[in-house]
Ligand binder design. Sequence first.
Ligand code: TYM
Length: 335
Amino acid sequence: MQNELKQTKKRVFSGTRATGRLHLGNYLGAVKGYIELQNREDLECIYMAVDLHTITTPYDQKTLKQATRDIIMDYLAAGLDPEKSIITVQSLVPEHVYLAYLFSSVVSVAQMSHLPTFKDKVKQHPDNVTMALLNYPVLMAADILLYNTNLVPAGLDQEPHLEIAREIARKFNTRFGTNFPLPKRFETKGTYVPSLTGEGKMSKSVSGSSIELMDDLDTIKKKLAKVPTDGGRGEKVPATGGVANLLKMVELFQGEAKRQEAETAYVNNGLRYGDLKASLAEAIFAELQPIQARRKELEKNPDYVERVITDGARKAREIAKATLTEIMEKVGLSS
Ligand code: TYM
């Protein structure tokens, strides 16, 4: 393993793009996992706002910096602790880009252009099919492997990218004698949070699909009111669509027993969606309220947030530089 002398703990890396405020999918599928892992003594965790990934799709350069601060503040408000984790912004550690370039020498254009995640983005932004977009998974592999990461807390949608990271690690290990670990995804209970529209996953890019971490009770109620439902009664509980997605949210916020209760009502006397949505909204808000209160405090203290980012970048760079120096030597470059 690179940095063998320095590295005493297994490493964790994850990141979130600064494309909008965090929603329940990001929170349940990723951030809750970050928090769980930062509390384990045997792990060293690094969490970033990944702004270099953010610029692979159209963005506003005037608001990007604030958007990265918003991600960091949401992280801190949700419970990430700079005493336990390295928390920073990806572009402050330029070694990520360097390693991504080295990795790009073992990845074929054909493979990257056939990835479903790439094809989706091409459909969404046909005028923005750039080299940076094609290189997205390679940069992500660099994020992860630069820290010899073992565990990546991330949602199910990131699995294809993790597979690429493992493939690059294997190729590099075989070809250059590096010793990258093969990173595994760490899965939370909310690894796939469905969309409020009834179709697909909760996502920033689909309007009406998400509840944001900072939504108030009234907004949550209004958003849940729009989830498409049915008559509330039938032989079998639907496995897909609005009803299935609502029940998944009940399971995630109110527990398995509450979900069972709702399913039993559906196949017997009938399920009253008004009641179900009202109690679900309360349960979601109860979890979000303390996060929102902490976030308000953080907004009053931008200097503290900047300090977290600067300290985090310094610690991350120390590790990153050491790995990169070793890799450059193995690849045959002058380091
Ligand atoms: P991003 O910014 O799209 O999402 C951040 C995290 O939120 C998770 N997530 C979800 N989980 C469950 N259900 C959902 N509906 C849902 N929506 C989003 C994502 O899986 C992700 O964990 N490529 C990454 C960013 C990245 C990264 C990395 C992640 C860059 N480098 C290195 C891990 C390691 C992305 O676009 O995440």
